[in-house]
Write a protein that binds this ligand. Structure first.
Ligand SMILES: Cc1cc2nc3c(=O)[nH]c(=O)nc-3n(C[C@H](O)[C@H](O)[C@H](O)COP(=O)(O)O)c2cc1C
Length: 194
């Protein structure tokens, strides 16, 4: 057992509600994890994607083992990470299961292609990352997937979708840069104004 974990002797109980409240303060980038092949495909909305290492390129994602995509992740051993743009709240909601659609039905109104691994990838995503599952760590209700990156494609768009305090938030590089410029450098008055 890891010695750092073994020596912790604090027994204070933290309720799941308190923990949720703390995690609501953490801003997360919104992605859709895609899995499966052929007609046996599905996907789920996540904020738990994080970079693991650059050399070799690898990332991690935490997936609830009760999610309908979990059996596909286990069966095929590959997944796609589709980083959503700010105008894809409807896609995020559909892949979170909010309108009751399951499996391939979730892809009905989005353009997608097949990645080198065979998983579906959303063509309109800010970035699409094709991964092979290198390791799965099952812990509590979830599993941490370590994904070895096989292929990436990056769009030229600049507006990402984040999730914070239970709400979707747009992060737009151009708009935010303009706003920052307005705050830090007073804009010259237009000619003819008082
Ligand atoms: C913004 C947002 C972020 C989410 N992040 C995660 C996550 O990181 N891991 C996870 O297992 N579920 C996450 N979920 C929940 C899954 O999207 C949802 O439970 C999943 O689609 C399961 O539904 P299904 O069984 O109908 O497929 C998130 C949902 C939303 C709306």
């Amino acid at each position: 057992m890891n010695s750092v974990i073994r020596d912790i002797a604090i027994n204070r109980h933290v309720s799941s509600g308190d923990f949720r409240g703390a995690m609501r303060q953490l801003t997360g980038g919104v992605s859709v994890i895609t899995a499966g092949r052929g007609r046996d495909i599905s996907g789920m909305t996540v904020t738990s994607v994080s970079s693991l290492s650059v050399d070799p390129p690898a990332l991690i994602v935490s997936v609830n083992r009760s999610a309908s995509s979990w059996p596909l992740l286990k069966r095929y051993g590959f997944f796609g990470v589709n980083v959503l743009t700010s105008d894809q709240i409807d896609v995020a909601e559909r892949f979170a299961g909010k309108d009751g659609l399951k499996g391939a039905e979730r892809f009905a109104r989005v353009e997608w292609t097949t990645g080198v691994s065979g998983v579906p990838l959303l063509t309109s995503a800010l970035a699409a990352i094709d991964c092979e599952i290198e390791e799965t760590i099952e812990r509590n209700s979830h599993a941490i997937l370590i994904g070895r990156v096989l292929d990436v494609s990056v769009s030229r768009r600049t507006a990402a979708l984040a999730y914070w305090q239970g709400q979707y938030v747009a992060v737009d590089r151009n708009e935010d840069a303009l706003r920052l410029a307005e705050i830090s450098v007073p804009l010259p008055r237009a000619r003819g104004t008082a």
